[in-house]
Every structure is written in C-alpha cells, then in structure tokens.
Design a binder for this molecule. Structure first.
Ligand code: FE2
Length: 257
C-alpha cells in the first residue's frame, strides 16, 4: 500500500497511510480530515504527514491553521499522536485515557474522546458509536477489538479502527467474493466484558449499527481497508459477520462462568 488521500465529497477526506510492522510488513493505517460545519477541520486519528500527502492537507487547511481538533479514537493507536500535535499546534487534542498515559507530555483536553461531552461538540457533523459488551481499553495489550467509531452523516462514511475490519479476499476466492469482506476483529471474544449479557449486548449493538448505517456508502477500516457499498449492503454484511462469530463468542462467555 502507498499513501493516498481520497475526497468523498461533503467535507470528508480519508487518509490511507503506511505503517510498517517491524520495519517490513506494511499493515497500513488510516486517518481522516473532516470539514466542520461551523468552520475549520477535524482530524480523526493521528498520522505523520509527509511529502504529497502533507502538501494536500496543508493546502486544504490554510497551512494547517484551520485544523481545530484531533480526535484519537483507538486507545491502542498511539504511535503518531506527538507528530500530529507538533504539526497542528493550534488543534485541541482529544484521546482516551490510554493516549493520555502514553503521551503525558502532550496537552490533552480534559474530556476523554469517548465522552458524551465530545460527542455533543461534533454532533452537527459526526456521530460516535461505542461498542457494547466489550472493553474499550482492554487490559490485554494484544486485544484491539474496542474502538470509538465515527459516522460522518453527510458523506455516509463510517471510519472505524479495528472493531470492524475489511479483509482482502485471496485470489482463488475472488470469483465468489469479489470485494474485501466485512469481519469483526479477531480478538472480539477476548474483549468480551465479564457480565453474562455481554454477547447479547454486543449483538444488540451490531444490530443497532446495521440500522444506523443502513445507507452507508463508504467504509474506511484500519488498517488498510476501503470499500464502497450500495445502500443496505453494508448492514447485511455486518450482520452476517456477527453471525459467523456468534458461536465463538457464546463459547468464550460460557468458559468464563
Ligand atoms: Fe490496530
């Protein structure tokens, strides 16, 4: 994957970035730029801007001065927070408690990014969805299923880090599944809350997402998934993705009690 920025119109740009694990395998990463209806721009997630990508963002945002806020949505995506804070010194920085702990030297806004107060500030442009039944910040550092999802109403785009994935289809199966498939994160069962109703809560949340995003046009998924959908198509695939793991979730929950 190479860097790219796509304009979906309606004030939404998705940033497709590079992220090399161990300096070799490029798993990709993402961010987004959103024009706010009351002026200025918001960044979703942090990404180091260089080269042509930087030029484009700088040009859109009056040399970066119009970037008012950076919202770091995934508690385990913390690598680039300091770089983006340096690039946009006027922007208010929001993050989860894990972002705060990882970067105590940055000037964080006092409200956690997932708080209702932050959702209210951006309600004209964005809706945020917090998965139910699973941890947002797991104690297990390898469990990244939880994240705060952002829905941009005007462009009907869902920006999601890890909770929902798009998995490329192997060449041999492309005849049956021509497009990247919707999956829930492979660590979902490890992220389940200890309560007995956790799977039910997660199921209800997935069903609610399917309803809220019924007319979704674009899915931007970390680390490198990007796909367009016909109205109704995403909802069906999301529900199917949940059904595929429901047994595994129920077993995981049963093993805990
Ligand atoms: Fe991730």
């Amino acid at each position: 994957m190479t860097e790219a920025i796509h304009d979906f119109g309606q004030g939404f740009w998705t940033i497709r970035g590079d992220l090399k694990m161990g300096g070799v395998l490029n798993v990709g990463t993402q961010a987004a730029l959103i024009r706010l209806s009351d002026g200025g721009f918001a960044m979703l997630d942090s990404y180091p801007l260089t080269g042509a990508m930087r030029d484009r963002v700088i040009q859109l945002t009056d040399k970066g001065q119009e970037v008012r806020v950076v919202l770091n949505l995934h508690p385990y995506h913390t690598l680039h927070c300091a770089t983006i804070a340096r690039d946009f010194p006027n922007a208010k920085l929001y993050g989860s408690k894990r972002h705060w702990n990882k970067h105590p030297d940055l000037t964080w806004q006092p409200e956690p990014v997932e708080s209702p107060a932050v959702a209210a500030m951006f309600a004209d442009d964005l809706s945020f969805f917090m998965p139910a039944g699973i941890d947002y910040i797991s104690d297990n550092e390898s469990v990244h299923a939880g994240s705060l999802l952002a829905w941009h109403k005007a462009s009907r785009t869902l920006h999601v880090d890890d909770t929902i994935n798009l998995i490329p289809v192997p060449r041999l199966l492309k005849r049956f599944f021509p497009k990247p498939r919707v999956f829930l994160h492979p660590t979902m069962s490890k992220a389940l809350l200890p309560e007995t109703g956790a799977v039910r809560d997660l199921r209800n949340w997935v069903q609610d997402m399917a309803t809220q995003c019924q007319d979704l046009r674009h899915l931007c998924a970390a680390h490198s998934g990007l796909r367009s959908f016909q109205p109704g198509e995403f909802s069906q695939e999301l529900l199917a993705a949940f059904r595929r793991i429901e047994d595994k979730l129920n077993k995981a929950q049963a093993n805990r009690h």
